[in-house]
Design a protein around this ligand. Structure first.
Ligand SMILES: [Zn+2]
Length: 218
């Protein structure tokens, strides 16, 4: 293969380095390089100069590195954020997401005191809060009645404060006086959204009271 001139080989070298030569040429060049030091030198120089110069290489590497770091930082940042949001969501779900405690007559009781005020008693373990209304005049079956609405809520954890209070101070069932209850005719238990009835009128009193449980009447 010595008959192939170095110049020809060297003409092929750039193509060879770029790997755009045919298999035959590739073989030819490789065979020649194994035996010709001059062309080998040429080849080595070529491969070196074809590489990104060292300083460029460094900046390129830095760039890639920076880019990657930024990507990584964004990734880490967003995963921290996601985690935080998730924690917050779980936290608020556990502590603040209120769910009505369904009515059961061994859990709740309305009692009339001697002075005619009404007292609600909750016999359950713990709860996060109570929603109740002042008496409202509502027409029920053609009769105007003064009604109060009430429901107890729990959260997954119930409120930390209510649990503290309960553990430290209350051993007895919790008693709550209904506001202005001396004039109340009926008490209903169940979830309510007065805005739907009074403001947006999405719901009528009839519809709401049908969903609620009459738990006390005078
Ligand atoms: Zn040669």
């Amino acid at each position: 293969m010595k008959e192939i001139k170095c110049t020809i080989i060297q003409d092929f070298l750039p193509l060879y380095v770029d790997d755009v030569v045919s298999e035959d040429t590739k073989e030819l060049v490789e065979q020649h390089l194994q035996t010709c030091q001059a062309c080998q030198k040429e080849y080595q120089q070529m491969t070196q100069t074809l590489y990104v110069p060292i300083e460029n290489k460094a900046t390129l590497f830095e760039k890639i590195n920076k880019k990657w770091n930024r990507k990584k930082m964004i990734l880490i940042g967003s995963s921290i954020l996601t985690t935080l949001l998730l924690c917050l969501a779980v936290f608020s779900y556990v502590f603040y997401y209120e769910k009505m405690i369904p009515y059961s007559n061994d859990l709740f009781e309305i009692e009339e005191q001697e002075d005619q005020t009404l007292v609600a008693t909750y016999f359950g373990k713990s709860h996060a809060g109570t929603h109740m209304t002042h008496p409202m005049k509502v027409e029920i079956d053609g009769e105007m009645k003064n009604i109060s609405l009430i429901y107890y809520v729990e959260t997954m954890a119930n409120s930390p404060t209510s649990n503290f209070l309960q553990k430290d101070q209350r051993k007895d069932p919790e008693r709550l006086e209904l506001p202005d209850s001396k004039t109340v005719d009926e008490v209903y238990y169940g979830q309510f959204d007065l805005e739907k009835i009074i403001i947006t009128k999405e719901q009528t009193w009839d519809e709401l009271l049908q969903e609620m449980t009459l738990i006390w009447e005078r």
